[in-house]
Design a protein around this ligand. Structure first.
Ligand code: UTP
Length: 413
């Protein structure tokens, strides 16, 4: 394809009412001018047009939400050996792979490097990436087989992430089993839907959410690699839960034995008000309803034993049947418009790093994939042993709470 000309881009931006993107064009060197025109021609305007539009979704009346029972700790304990045997067999035959979602920007943590590079140690360095690799190594040792690990980065943090792993010898993991791939980016806009400039020659792009992980993985050519390896199940997990068990045999075995298309690790809600999405059924299919979408009924209703009806919160650790992921690959995920703090250059050409949200990013979310599955097993985990997300600097789900939980679980900090 030939490069776009200035005239073509000018006409396009005039139609889109976005001519401000060319404000500094005349000041740029020719190669930067060409680069800016390329970036503008790659913008997906359908996304931008979503700002201010009412989302097209089922109305509340059409949505039929029902509880979805979880496999609870008592049953897991009872069937432990059966599940463990199934899981170990799958792990030894290398039927499972794992995908680490590390393309986010971790803005709440306020750390200017990839979140996995954060040192959670106190008396010694212990990085978030290292905690996750250590957790996966436990499974590798138990099964006596490596789990292929695919790590999703973004354009913004790819180089830093890959060099960090290299410099630390992959924290003892066999590098032959670690593969990095990049997720896609999407433009950011201000509250009026105007695309922001990050520099005079660069539009502001951010990672397009964690929902695009499977299409990005396939685009990077790893689907063939997974077929060759004989992988049938793929877990996907977040970078920030330093205590999570990844592909642990009992969990893998339980999901395989259930016959479901996927499983998700869930925690019993600490209180009806806890800000966590719950796994339930929506119009007969598994789905995750976010805490801010829950009605009072959903928050408070209890069963005959006094347990909350919608009692299990998701932890961003899912196991998907690869075949099913392939079947839904061409289906479009909904796009979420999320308010964020987005650095930009103002009318005077000065760089601004806002302290409060100033615009929107466009994100697809992995939780929407659950609704594309026919069945899902919510699998209960013990919160204190497996759930220590590092989202914030202080307070709830913070560095402090994660350190405390790590210590309680015998990890030396
Ligand atoms: P979060 O929703 O916590 O987003 O991501 P974040 O970008 O890391 O943090 P904040 O909201 O800016 O503070 C949950 C998981 O999804 C990954 C993150 O790296 C984390 O593991 N993620 C998020 C991606 O891989 N790509 C994205 O575009 C967004």
């Amino acid at each position: 394809m030939s490069s776009p000309t200035y005239e073509q881009i000018y006409t396009l931006l005039q139609e889109q009412d976005q001519l401000h993107l060319l404000k500094y064009y005349e000041e740029l060197e020719p190669d930067r001018q060409a680069s800016l025109l390329e970036q503008i021609s790659a913008i997906d305007w359908n996304l931008i047009h979503m700002v201010g539009q009412k989302p097209v979704s089922e109305t509340e009346a059409e949505k039929k939400i029902e509880p979805l029972g979880a496999m609870e700790l008592s049953e897991i304990e009872q069937r432990h050996d059966e599940f463990e045997a199934i899981g170990l067999e799958a792990l030894r035959a290398q039927k499972t792979g794992a995908v680490l979602l590390a393309g986010g920007q971790g803005t709440r943590l306020g750390f200017d490097k990839p979140k996995g590079m954060f040192n959670i140690g106190v008396t010694r360095p212990l990085y978030i990436f290292e905690c996750l690799i250590n957790n996966l190594m436990d499974v590798v040792k138990q099964a006596g087989a490596w789990v292929p690990l695919y790590i999703m980065t973004s354009q913004k943090n790819h180089e830093e992430t890959t060099s960090f792993f290299r410099e630390h010898d992959y924290f003892g993991y066999d590098p032959e089993y670690i593969h990095f791939f990049r997720q896609d980016m999407a433009p950011s806009v201000d509250y009026n839907g105007k695309v922001l400039l990050e520099a005079k020659d660069r539009i502001s792009l951010s990672p397009n959410g964690n929902g695009g992980w499977f299409s990005s993985l396939c685009r990077a050519g790893y689907l063939e690699d997974m077929h060759k390896k004989g992988i049938e199940w793929l877990s996907v997990f977040s970078v920030d839960n330093v205590l999570q068990r990844i592909n642990d045999p009992v969990y893998v075995g339980a999901v395989l034995a259930s016959g479901c298309d996927c499983g998700g690790k869930v925690v019993r809600k600490a209180s009806p008000e806890e800000r966590v999405g719950v796994l339930c059924k929506e119009s007969g299919k598994p789905a995750i309803v976010e805490y801010y979408e829950m009605t009072d009924d959903m928050r408070l209703l209890r069963d005959e034993n006094g347990n909350l009806l919608y009692n299990f919160g998701v932890t961003l650790n899912y196991l998907f049947r690869l075949k099913r992921l392939e079947e839904i690959r061409t289906q479009k995920l909904p796009v979420h418009i999320v308010e964020k703090k987005i650095p930009y250059i103002n009318e005077k050409g000065e760089e601004v790093k806002p302290e409060t949200p100033n615009g929107y990013k466009f994100e697809e979310l992995v939780l929407d994939m659950i609704h594309m599955m026919d069945s899902c097993l919510p699998y209960e985990i013990v919160r204190e042993n497996e759930f220590a997300p590092v989202k914030n600097r202080e307070g709830v789900d913070s560095v402090d709470t994660a350190r405390e939980l790590l210590t309680r679980n015998g990890v030396q900090l």
